[in-house]
Design a protein around this ligand. Structure first.
Ligand code: NAD
Length: 261
C-alpha cells in the first residue's frame, strides 16, 4: 500500500474495462479519489464505483472521447469540480485492429493514432496545464506497450502510436522536470483484457502468445495496476521519463531462451 496516494485525485481514461478498470480499483483501494472516464460502457460503472467506495476510495464517472479536446477538458473539470483538484493523470484509453499494412486505410490509421497518441497528448497537455497553474507536483502515466520496442506486422498504426507515446513521454518528462511534474509510461506485454478477447478465446492463438513470454503466462490487469500505483506514489518521487516494462520478459528476446542462439 502507498499512503501517499490517500486523498489524491486521479483521472483514468478508458477506465471502465481491462487495465483501466484494474487501475481504478487499485487507486480506490489506496484511498484515492478516482475519476473514471468511460467511452461506451455505462452499464459497467455502478458496480465499479461501488467496489471502489467499499474499499475506502471515492469514485465518479464521466463519459468522454479522448480524441476530442473538449471531452479531455471536461474530464479534468469534472475532477476539479467533484474532488477539488487533479494530482495524477493516467492516459490509458487505446485501441488496435489487425490489417496488413498494404491494405491499411487512412481512416484506420487516423483512428488508432488519434486515440492512442493524440488522445494521450491531449490528456498530458491538459493535466500539465492544470498542474502548472495550481503549482501541483503531479504525476502523469501514459499507457504504452511492448510494441514501442517490438515491431508488429499488421499493426503498424498501433506500433507507431506506442513508439510515439515513448518519445512524447520522455520529451514531456524533460520539459516539466523543473516543475516537479513527473511523466512516465508503462509498457505491458500480453495482458488478459477485452482488447485480446478474440485472440485468447482461441486456444491455438493463445498458446502462440504464451510461447513469446519467458515467464510462461498471460499477465493480469492487476499486475499493470500495481506498476501504476507505484509510479504515481511518492516511492517513485525521483522517477521520470521511464518506460516501465511489465511483460513477463517478452522484450528480453525469448527466442534466445535455454541457450539458443
Ligand atoms: P480494453 O479494450 O479493455 O481498454 C481500452 C479502453 O479504452 C476501453 O475501456 C475503451 O472503451 C477505451 N477507449 C477506446 N477508445 C476510446 C476513446 N476514443 N475515448 C475514450 N476511451 C476510449 O483493453 P486494455 O488492454 O485494458 O487496454 C488499455 C491500454 O493498455 C491500451 O492503451 C492498450 O493499448 C494498452 N495495452 C494493452 C495490452 C494488453 O495486452 N491488454 C498490452 C499493451 C498495451
Amino acid at each position: 500500500m502507498y499512503p501517499s496516494l490517500e486523498g489524491k485525485v486521479v483521472v483514468i481514461t478508458g477506465g471502465a474495462t481491462g487495465i483501466g478498470k484494474a487501475m481504478a480499483e487499485r487507486f480506490g483501494a489506496e484511498k484515492a479519489k478516482v475519476v473514471i472516464n468511460y467511452f461506451k460502457e455505462e452499464q459497467e460503472l455502478n458496480a465499479l464505483i461501488k467496489a471502489i467506495e467499499d474499499s475506502g476510495g471515492s469514485a465518479s464517472a464521466i463519459q468522454g472521447d479522448v480524441t476530442q479536446e473538449k471531452d479531455i477538458k471536461g474530464m479534468i473539470n469534472h475532477a476539479v469540480k467533484t474532488f477539488g483538484s487533479l494530482d495524477i493523470m493516467v492516459n490509458n484509453a487505446g485501441i488496435e485492429n489487425e490489417v496488413p499494412s498494404e491494405d491499411l486505410s487512412l481512416t484506420d490509421w487516423n483512428k488508432v493514432i488519434s486515440t492512442n497518441l493524440t488522445g494521450q497528448f491531449l490528456g498530458c497537455r491538459e493535466a500539465i496545464d492544470y498542474m502548472l497553474d495550481h503549482d501541483i507536483k503531479g504525476s502523469i502515466i501514459n499507457m504504452s506497450s511492448v510494441h514501442q520496442k517490438i515491431p508488429w506486422p499488421h499493426f503498424v498504426h498501433y506500433a507507431a502510436s506506442k513508439g510515439g507515446v515513448k518519445l512524447m513521454t520522455e520529451t514531456l518528462a524533460l520539459e516539466f522536470a523543473p516543475h516537479g511534474i513527473r511523466v512516465n509510461c508503462i509498457a505491458p506485454g500480453a495482458i488478459d483484457t477485452p482488447i485480446n478477447k478474440e485472440k485468447f478465446d482461441d486456444p491455438e492463438l493463445k498458446k502462440g502468445v504464451v510461447e513469446l513470454i519467458p515467464m510462461g503466462y498471460i499477465g493480469k490487469p492487476e499486475e499493470i495496476a500495481a506498476c501504476a500505483v507505484w509510479l504515481a506514489s511518492s516511492e517513485a518521487s525521483y522517477v521520470t521519463g521511464l518506460t516501465l516494462f511489465a511483460d513477463g520478459g517478452m522484450t528480453q528476446y525469448p527466442g534466445f531462451q535455454a541457450g539458443k542462439g
